[in-house]
Write a protein that binds this ligand. Sequence first.
Ligand code: 13P
Ligand code: SF4
Length: 338
Amino acid sequence: MLGTLPLAEAKKKLERKGYLSIDVDPTLDFVEEINRLKKEKNAIILAHYYVDSDIQDIADFIGDSLQLAQEAERTDADMIVFAGVHFMAETAKMLNPKKKVVLPDLKAGCSLADSCPPHLFKKFKEKHPDHVVVSYINCTAELKTLTDICCTSSNAIHVINSVPEDQGIIFAPDKNLGAYLQKKSGRENMILWNGACMVHEIFSAEKITKAMVRHPDAELIAHPECEAHILEKAHFIGSTSGLLRYTHESDVQKFIVATESGIIHQMELKSPNKEFIPAPPNNTCACNDCPHMKRNNMEKLYLCMEYELPEIILEDWVIEKGVACIDRMMEISAKAGL
Ligand code: 13P
Ligand code: SF4
């Protein structure tokens, strides 16, 4: 049995909805219950900076994609609870094939990962057989089986520079990060897959310019998944952890932040006297939220820890073949001191 629902019925629901939807006692204290389950099950909660602040506050470790993969690799917990999106939980599973990895909602996907279906990418790759494939970690486990070296936004330039200069590269799936790396490395022999992140492409250059005029004392900081015309205006470009570090160490007191709004919680905790303004999007929505990250909530987190579902299951061949590009990335990161 799962709570009041027979297991088979709950699993059917899970397949349809992607998460356990079971009536929960409304008086339940999720913080207390989640902390109890962490101890009882020797579980670790890994959370990305983009999830809601209540989840960040209860997590054992908060980080960007690289830091989360590194923490997943070194943990001795029996169960990894990933408060993030599907590709991140898959990466944790690939690094820990024998451990249980759970994700509160299987439908917490990623527009970047979705923009690169492995069967289409395979055909694309066949057209450029002499190219090395570098894939942003924001891709499916199956795409990683077609990849030579993985990268995240914090180590991407080191990964690109590790490839001999005369060697052609296919970079997938983020065309914006790819174009940024091309510019930064000065390489001409990079072919870019045409994918993008729905959150980082939403910013309005016009509204950002107006915000910069209104706040002349503020610096614009941006994630490299943003489009080139936004990056051109930025005072600083960096991964999520890079942006966090920069705002903390800089003497500047005010920042316009062009990335997902969840990171502002940690920026405010680290620098309580500084001001953080979310960069304005090009629609009428007031925020730059990733709808996938925001599928995580405290109730789903509690249920997934209690019932150890939904679990990330990957075929053996996918883990064996796909993990090689992650291992390669970890080696390059370690060498770079990241
Ligand atoms: P980083 O965690 O590498 O900054 O990437 C941001 C992101 O979009 C994660 O989905
Ligand atoms: Fe994917 Fe963009 Fe959401 Fe990150 S912010 S998970 S890249 S859709």
